[in-house]
Ligand binder design. Structure first.
Ligand code: GRF
Length: 210
């Protein structure tokens, strides 16, 4: 049987990038059949950029405001992704909407991780501690992690994997975030592992994992 081609992965991150680090370690330790070829950020001060540079990964800061139009920005982003022969885009705490033309060019090849059990506690404005605050305010007994394909709506697209996390009595948004994040660091590399082994597909809007 011939070995499967190593997939080229582009990670998008706006923040400290702990999920990016988890994916990077999994790739470097050859736990996934994928190589991170590009780190895209919209912020010059993103912690993920520092990590990427230290590991010799090609980095690109894409601030839409610096482009003359949305089309020019999307075109440049697409060109960059194509020049790295990107197979999959992995959103890891990326706080900007992906241009529709990029979503169409990479249909069912863009993943996102969300720190709650979607479809609950997702959508515009639901990021960072706000998610965990909302979970606690709603009195939920459990929350978790969701990994899904990206479509044109925020936190929407076909669901790939979920992992539940119990809410403890006395949890604060910070303690809950910490426990959820720990699971994120396990689940994202696992989902990407399966993806890079060609074990994840979409049929009739639903994900099939082999
Ligand atoms: C994570 O909670 C992720 O689920 C969400 O944004 C956060 C990013 O955290 N989309 P980090 O930058 O990977 O530490």
């Amino acid at each position: 049987m011939c070995a499967k081609r190593i997939k080229n992965l582009a990670v998008f991150a706006s923040g400290k990038g702990s999920n990016f680090t988890a994916l990077l370690l999994a790739s470097e330790k050859k736990k996934i059949n994928g190589k991170i070829v590009l780190l895209v950020s919209n912020r010059e001060d993103a912690g993920a950029l520092e990590t990427a540079r230290a590991h010799g990964i090609d980095c690109c800061v894409m601030d839409e405001k610096r482009f003359r139009s949305a089309e020019e920005y999307a075109g440049e982003l697409k060109r960059k992704l194509e020049s790295c022969q990107t197979d999959y885009i992995l959103l890891a705490g990326y706080l900007k909407m992906i241009p529709v033309s990029v979503i169409r060019a990479f249909r069912e090849r863009i993943l996102n991780i969300h720190p709650a059990l979607l479809p609950k506690f997702g959508g515009k404005g639901m990021y960072g501690l706000k998610v965990h605050e909302a979970v606690l305010e709603a009195g939920e007994k459990e929350t978790g992690v969701t990994i899904h394909f990206v479509d044109e709506e925020y936190d929407h697209g076909p669901m790939i994997m979920q992992k539940k996390v119990r809410v403890h009595k006395g949890d604060t948004p910070e303690t809950l975030q910490k426990r959820v994040l720990k699971q994120e660091h396990k689940l994202y590399p696992l989902a990407v592992k399966r993806l890079c082994e060609d074990r994840i597909s979409v049929a009739g809007g639903r994900v099939v994992v082999r």
